[in-house]
Design a protein around this ligand. Structure first.
Ligand SMILES: [Zn+2]
Length: 729
């Protein structure tokens, strides 16, 4: 979701987990308003990059460029807004709406690069700039969206819309601009506006602080092991990687397991030592709630309170109602009902899974009952017994570059006819980043793709996609897009193997990339992934299906030593096993999604009463208990204290984490459509591109889905895929 008025701030919405952001690209000035002098900028960001498609020239950008560029860019943007406001001509679509859309280009340039780096390759200097700049940006966008003279002009155009002849995309731009300003507070009284500005500024500071404390907390709570014998069960490669991490962190001779940002840690199943498993798990769930400099709970309490207060200023009962105004689901009730309908079947599945794990523990001589730190280990054993599937037997077939070039790119070629060429001429922000030219089906240039696969200490957790340059017919720009992942890096000289989960993530992130590459919009703010929070994950999720498509697998899933294609029975096992452990997998996500809704359904009074770290804990405990799920055995995927989706950004995925489930419904139903219509074909790809991937944020989302599938979305395929209901034969 992207706001053109708030583009620079929206750029900071690069979130842990998967997220996309969307930023306005560069263009030659279309100057509707010559009356007011616009200052010109200096330095790298003053003009568009000279590189192909205006890709950022990282060889020319230094950390000291950002702070002055932000200041200048805001000043220029302010002058552009003043020129719109002071235009002596009556407000028109062009001199107001389009002029607003095309303002702030330098700001978008600097923010685009800056937030790409604070997410994927940060350092102390960038962190300090972020802390300083975030509240300034927040105040800057408020000054624009709450500018009464500007709103008067926008409203004049909007009120006259019935009499105007506009393309559907023009009409959508007008509607979005108007609604966004109203949502920001344009209709509030002057006193209320001042309070909204103060709240926004404080939220910006608090959420930046949350994000920074969490990066430190993740580092500080990495598991340090002195004795290699403790690591029994880990592969030699995993032990070598832990030794290298320790050496990199100045602890040669020790072993360090870095924390992933989720509650569960992927290394837990391999760990034989139960006490060590418990220790790692507890370091994970308590990473940011133990007092001290990296405790995030006081920040959460204040964020929840301010959000509830802000919603009340708009006459809304809670933040969720306020925040969901532009979502596909439209209101909290729809989202909560959608999830609650699954709770009884899910809770029963969780209990059945726990019973099966306890039986496995007993059978293997254990004298304990399953705890969360045991869950994945024994689930893995049951999985092997029940499906004879050993994850470590799968991994040798998935090498990272081959998965990208022969898997992900192959899928894109088969479905959409696009092709790729590796390039070596573009400067990158880290040596692990690779770049590709993307050609359309007619061999014309479609865009440029950056791929940044490996985990680093200075990278946020999770995976995401965003644009360096946004597609826009108005600007004549083509997309420049990056995917960031957190695949653990193998030691030098070892093959870079990827878990099947990460393989699916690669297909997922490239689904976002295709949504960006196939953008076909006039306006950057409606382009590509600039869609609702509960829609944007749909095109990406649906592309995960191709990771296990037989034709795609045959092309990329080859043993790194023998070159042998992954055996069909191993894939059949992966498929069969995919319904396994869904009480946990779906459960942890739904618990996080419902916890998000609990935090954001508070009235101002309720929120204000949660005013200490202890009360944050108590509220979380109570909220989770109320869900009716087995939360002691299956904790939420994120606890509040490290739930960066909802607390590391002024808005982010707040009251929006359910989106992953909502879009899964769209995704699973769409997979059914693809399967019913012949699978991996150009005809199917072209249809999906025409009806969904090329539409950006220009249409009603239900209509978009109907254009694609020929009917309303149905939740049944999702429930079948998760094994919660039996498929109809
Ligand atoms: Zn995603």
């Amino acid at each position: 979701m992207k706001s053109h008025l708030l583009a620079a701030v929206a750029a900071s919405a690069l979130l842990a987990g998967c997220a996309t952001t969307n930023q306005v690209a560069d263009m030659p000035m279309t100057d509707n308003v010559a009356e007011t002098a616009i200052p010109s900028g200096t330095g790298y960001f003053a003009k568009a990059s000279d590189l192909p498609l205006h890709a950022p020239d990282f060889s020319k950008i230094s950390d000291t460029d950002y702070a002055p560029a932000f200041d200048q860019a805001m000043e220029i943007h302010n002058a552009e807004i003043a020129a719109i406001v002071n235009n002596p001509e009556a407000p028109t679509f062009d001199n107001t709406i389009v002029a607003l859309e095309t303002s702030g280009k330098m700001l978008n340039r600097v923010a685009t690069v800056f937030y790409a780096l604070t997410g994927a390759n940060t350092n102390d200097t960038l962190q300090a700039i972020d802390t300083e700049v975030s509240p300034k940006l927040s105040a800057h966008s408020d000054a624009i969206t709450l500018n009464p003279e500007l709103f008067a002009r926008v409203k004049a155009v909007y009120d006259n819309r019935a009499a105007m002849s506009m393309t559907p995309e023009d009409a959508k731009l007008l509607e979005e601009t108007y609604k966004e300003m109203v949502h920001a507070g344009a209709m509030l009284t002057p006193d209320q506006k001042e309070r909204v500005k103060a709240i926004n500024s404080r939220l910006s500071t608090l959420t930046t602080e949350f994000s920074q404390r969490l990066i430190e907390a993740n580092k500080e709570n990495a598991l340090v092991v002195d004795d290699k014998a403790m690591l029994a069960g880990l592969s030699e490669a995993e032990i070598a990687a832990a030794a290298k991490t320790a050496a990199d962190r100045g602890m040669p001779g020790k072993y360090v397991i870095a924390l992933q940002n989720t509650t569960q840690q992927p290394i837990l199943p391999s760990m034989e030592n139960r006490a060590l498993r418990e220790k790692l798990f507890k370091q994970s769930i308590h990473r940011a709630d133990q007092g001290g400099a990296n405790d995030t709970r006081a920040l959460i309490a204040e964020v929840a309170k301010l959000r509830a207060e802000k919603a009340a200023l708009f006459g809304q009962p809670d933040w969720a109602t306020y925040a969901m105004y532009d979502r596909m689901a439209q209101n909290p009730k729809t989202a909560i009902d959608f999830m609650n309908a699954m709770v009884p079947a899910l809770a029963a599945t969780q209990r059945a899974e726990a019973a099966a794990l306890n039986a496995e523990i007993k059978a293997s001589g254990g004298d304990f009952t399953v705890k969360p730190w045991d869950w994945d280990r024994y689930a893995e054993k049951v999985r092997m017994a029940k499906y004879d599937l050993d994850e470590s037997a799968v991994k040798p077939y998935f090498e990272v570059t081959r998965t990208l070039e022969d898997g992900v790119f192959f899928m894109a070629e088969k479905l959409y006819g696009v092709t790729f060429e590796k390039r070596t001429d573009l400067p990158v922000y880290h040596p692990d980043v690779t770049t590709y030219t993307v050609f359309d089906k007619d061999k014309s240039l479609l865009g440029i793709f950056y791929f940044d696969p490996f985990q680093r200490d200075n990278k946020r957790g999770g995976a995401w996609m965003s644009n360096f340059v946004e597609q826009s017919h108005l600007y004549g720009t083509k997309p420049v897009i990056y995917n960031v992942l957190n695949i653990p890096k193998a030691p030098e000289g070892e093959p870079q193997l990827v878990s099947f989960d990460n393989v699916e993530t690669m297909f997922h992130e490239f689904g976002h990339a295709l949504h960006g590459f196939f953008a076909d919009q006039k306006y950057a703010s409606l382009s590509g992934t600039a869609t609702a929070r509960d829609f944007v994950e749909y095109p990406s999720q649906v592309h995960e299906m191709w990771a296990s498509d037989p034709a795609v697998l045959a092309n990329y899933a080859r043993h790194h030593e023998t070159g042998e294609v992954i055996p069909g029975e191993l894939i059949a096992k992966i498929e069969a096993a995919s319904k396994f452990n869904q009480g946990y997998a779906l459960g942890e996500t739904m618990e996080a999604a419902l916890l998000d809704m609990k935090w954001h359904s508070l009235s101002p009074q309720e929120a204000a009463a949660i005013d200490t770290p202890e009360k944050v804990d108590a509220f979380e405990r109570k909220s989770l208990t109320e869900l009716g799920l087995e939360v002691e055995l299956v904790p939420p995927r994120y606890r509040s204290s490290y739930f960066s989706h909802i607390f590391s950004d002024p808005t982010g995925y707040s009251a929006g984490y359910y989106s992953y489930l909502w879009t899964e419904m769209l995704d699973r139903d769409s997979r059914k459509w693809f399967r019913e219509n012949g699978g991996l074909t150009r005809a199917n790809g072209d249809h999906y591109r025409a009806t969904v991937l090329s539409r950006g944020g220009t249409m009603d989302y239900f209509e978009m889905f109907r254009n694609f599938a020929g009917r309303e979305p149905d939740v049944t395929p999702m429930l079948e895929a998760r094994g919660l209901v039996e498929p109809v034969k």
